[in-house]
Design a protein around this ligand. Structure first.
Ligand SMILES: Nc1ncnc2c1ncn2[C@@H]1O[C@H](COP(=O)(O)OP(=O)(O)OP(=O)(O)O)[C@@H](O)[C@H]1O
Ligand code: SF4
Ligand SMILES: [Mg+2]
Length: 324
């Protein structure tokens, strides 16, 4: 495994009490594999990703347990200086909002070039040539001229391509993309996602793709991890999940996708709201919203049951869910 997160716990101390944002998350990604991470807002997708990247702000965050094994070594045990060497060179992150992630007062060429001058000790001239190459690679037309422009001179989609170029610059083994297309128009979303998937395949990188968009997931991901209240509630190969979800929450998410052939029919939406993380419900945290909940769900926390060798579900009644 390229990356293996084991039993990760992260909390935040807030005025309301301790918010348990990540409660024992385990997931893994192989080289050349795409893992999609799904779940409603506040389920802990970004906090988990930030912990893996080593960019979680502590405080207010606190990592209270677990391991982040990258090629077998636990990144949580590294000193910040060693950590910094891993970031950029070995793993990189793409964020939703390129405008706030790029430096507004530096040209795109200088920012891309910096990856090579700082990390690879290249001359400015060579670094500039590499910047143009990268811009070509992410298909920004007129790269030779546009390399001299500032981030605000690019459209949202082009800026997102620049973010992808930055992330790929040093050919990292792992990329984490946190809602990389959410801020874009629908048509541009598809183009950017296609580019990311194509580069990932070419470079055989591991990719963790955090997204709300189940449509995208079906096309690009190999595996899915579904998060709820800071836990993984289902993990499986994409194909299996679309055929038959093994958790009622996954079923709810799938049934919320608008489908052309269901036009006119009311969209199923999961009723209720995600829990307050300072007061996570007892037993199965999903029980107040679950259409299949029974007494045992209110008292017993479901472990991640093995559904099949590559598939897990944190539901006491996963068999019934599969048959439903
Ligand atoms: N800086 C912070 N201070 C306090 N609590 C935080 C902070 N960052 C995150 N949290 C807590 O962690 C929870 C999970 O946040 P996270 O950003 O991981 O959610 P997410 O799954 O990425 O949601 P979204 O889909 O909205 O991006 C939040 O609901 C919040 O309770
Ligand atoms: S354990 Fe119970 S409440 Fe939780 S998802 Fe399964 S059926 Fe629903
Ligand atoms: Mg997030």
């Amino acid at each position: 495994m390229l990356l293996e997160v084991r039993d990760l716990h992260v909390e935040f101390h807030t005025r309301d009490g301790v918010a348990r944002a990540v409660n024992g998350v385990s997931y893994g990604v192989d080289a050349g594999e795409t893992l999609a991470v799904l779940g409603e807002s506040g389920s802990g997708k970004s906090v988990t990703a930030q912990t893996v990247m080593g960019i979680l702000d502590t405080p207010p965050g606190r990592i209270t347990g677990g391991e982040v094994l990258f090629e077998g070594r636990d990144l949580l045990k590294l000193k910040e200086e060693q950590r910094r060497k891993v970031r950029g060179a070995e793993m990189a992150m793409i964020f939703q909002d390129a405008l706030s992630s790029l430096n507004p007062v530096l040209t795109v060429g200088d920012q891309l070039g910096e990856m090579f001058t700082v990390h690879r000790g290249m001359s400015r001239k060579d670094a500039r040539a590499r910047a143009v190459e990268l811009m070509d690679r992410v298909r920004i037309p007129g790269a030779r001229e546009r390399v001299k422009q500032y981030p605000h001179q690019f459209s949202g989609g082009m800026r997102q391509r620049i973010m992808i170029a930055m992330a790929m610059a040093l050919e990292p083994k792992l990329i984490i993309a946190d809602e990389p297309t959410t801020a874009l128009d629908v048509t541009v979303q598809a183009q950017v996602m296609e580019l990311l998937a194509e580069l990932q395949r070419e470079l055989r990188m591991g990719l963790i793709l955090i997204t709300h968009d189940l449509g995208v997931v079906a096309d690009v991901a190999d595996r899915i991890a579904v998060m709820y209240a800071g836990r993984i509630v289902e993990t499986a190969p994409v194909h299996d999940i679309y055929q038959a979800p093994a958790h009622p929450y996954t079923r709810g998410l799938l049934e919320s996708i608008p489908r052309l052939d269901h036009k006119g029919r009311e969209l199923y939406a999961i009723k209720g709201l995600p829990p307050n993380l300072t007061r996570i419900p007892s037993g199965c945290p999903f029980h107040p919203r679950c259409p299949m909940a029974r007494d045992v769900c209110r008292t017993d926390v479901p472990p991640l049951y093995e559904v099949s060798p590559r598939r897990g579900s944190a539901c006491h009644f996963f068999r019934e869910c599969l048959d439903a």
